[in-house]
Design a protein around this ligand. Sequence first.
Ligand code: ADP
Length: 775
Amino acid sequence: RIGTAALAVQVVGSNWPKPHYTLLVTGLCRFQILQLLKEKPYPVAEVEQLDRLEQFTNQHKSEEELGELSEQFYKYAVQLVEMLDMSVPAVAKLRRLLDNLPREALPDILTSIIRTSNQEKLQILDAVRLEERFKMTIPLLVRQIEGLKLLQKTRKPKQDDDKRVVAIRPNRRINHIPSTTEDEEEEEDHDDVVMLEKKIRTSSMSEQALKVCLKEIKRLKKMPQSMPEYALTRNYLELMVELPWNKSTKDRLEIRAARILLDNDHYAMEKLKKRVLEYLAVRQLKNNLKGPILCFVGPPGVGKTSVGRSIAKTLGREFHRIALGGVCDQSDIRGHRRTYVGSMPGRIINGLKTVGVNNPVFLLDEVDKLGKSLQGDPAAALLEVLDPEQNHSFTDHYLNVAFDLSQVLFIATANTTATIPPALLDRMEIIQVPGYTQEEKIEIAHRHLIPKQLEQHGLTPQQIQIPQATTLDIITRYTREAGVRSLDRKLGAICRAVAVKVAEGQHKETKPDRAEVAEGEDCKEQVTEDMKTESISDTADLALPPEMPILIDFHALKDILGPPMYEMEVSERLSQPGVAIGLAWTPLGGEIMFVEASRMDGEGQLTLTGQLGDVMKESAHLAISWLRSNAKRYQLTNASGSFDLLDNTDIHLHFPAGAVTKDGPSAGVTIVTCLASLFSGRLVCSDVAMTGEITLRGLVLPVGGIKDKVLAAHRGGLKRVIIPQRNEKDLEEIAVNVRQDMTFVLASCLDEVLNAAFDGGFAVKPRAERLNSKL
Ligand code: ADP
């Protein structure tokens, strides 16, 4: 309850790099709190002044014992000050102060100068009686003198340094009496620096790094704390100590266990799992990491990231994901130089610090979305990281010393290889991860997604039941994707809705559960149906088990997720000539694409809309040229009956969705079919989709992404797919059940395509005519 009254003289400080203020006060006297008046927003109390300045001079002169004590104290004080380096101005000033100040004031001043704990300082402050104060301070003085003597003995050669260190400290305090907390902080800081040095010396960092760190710590010791650079240097050193220079986890790799783990975590994706196992097997046999870097390429939500996580688990390694999407500054990878304000290490070094070991699995997510800007090319910085020949001495700009990355296992993921810089692509082994079939999605949902969602929402299978038919409904009518991410979200939405019901405890009370969930505000059509169950429940309620699972049927689904988002609208759109269905590949998986054509009076111009790339535009020109040259053969005419299709006619081709950029040659056959339908006035079969590149001579050339495209056609409910003959081998990759559901037409020329696309074939004019003319 005793404190020091003081006068604030100056407040200095800054908010950067962290708030740090120094308060300069002049101490006046001790006081005692009599009564606390209020505590907030700042304490206000009634106090009583304890020592008065005139006391020093008058009162104690007569008391002999005190005179002796103060004399003794003065001697020790002089002895202490004389042990310091008198050439330092602050020390000389202190020496003068000893003579000029009243003796009674000395204990307070010297206690604040010498090395004492906070506790001791508080004791001196509490000692209101002067005699007591002298008695308590003398042992502290003696202790300091002994300490100094010892120091001088043991470190003779560095004598000057010691003096300076001790001398600097008094210097700061002579003009003000620091508040206890600041003092404590300072002491702590000093201790921290010593600790830091110790940590640096004991850490297992490389020789080069150790040298740099020792140099930095030497600078740190001489730096005043208020300097912004102090914090920077300290952060740097702390990072250096924290980095796992030599710390690693032990690999526990057992191929059989790995296979089981991968199978347990992921359904389907056989090709990917096979390749990953091969990779791991090689690692087991040859304990060397200089293999290729695996890069999983596929649409979103097909499990690329989660396979990466499983690999880390099988190896018993730490896992860290580095999202590279949108990174356009090479400092993100390589760090900023320490001269920059706000500099920090790059993501690689940060990741290592986070995981705390030097052999984690790093997943470089979305490498295809790396940007480029004025701040350099992050892909180029990644080259060094990923090159096994170079990455043992990866130098982050912030660290400025090499760090060995050769133990890190890098795995990359991407949606497409098209935007990965070739040099980077060259260092990676691409593994394609195609989308899933509906059946695979159902299995994934029931084996993995639903149990995971139930757990996340605190539900049990006893509370909710989602039959397979419902899952299929969600997949076909509420999602249209190659992966399972939005399926997962929809399941999450269902779980949330059920969680509310369960938490409300309603379903226990009156109605059976199906009516419960479906009991929506606007679900009228099921009301009559539910009336029956409801009436049963009225009587049978008591007989029901207390908790029945809530069954998610179609009505419940509609109630929770709203009306279906996708309907099978394919046949509707093919109700007039001039429309055909193509199959496109996008980074998000395969998609079906309606190609529309119309003709009008004009001057033979072709208009193309739908954000087409150059290749696609050329395909359109090719298609028209081929049709014009074969118009007679197929009896195709323009509106006025002429075989010259463009005579007085303009053609407009449109590719929805209009806002998405499209390119590639694979729409060739679709454009031909679409135009053939337009000029012949016949409808294209509503369940046919097609893909293939065309040539001027009417040949059909192979294209890529067949598996994704076929899956998209399957999702869209199409039954027949026309693909180039030379793509036959790709069909093997497609799941048997999908293959059984569909028929595939292998076409090597456009005649075959047109024959398969129209009901009853696309008649070619009998050749007899030509024979006639020959005769
Ligand atoms: P990506 O990285 O390919 O975009 P994620 O790895 O994030 O996709 O996968 C999204 C979700 O789908 C994850 O929760 C994952 O567990 C799940 N998932 C994807 N494929 C499978 C699969 N074959 N088996 C089980 N779960 C899967």
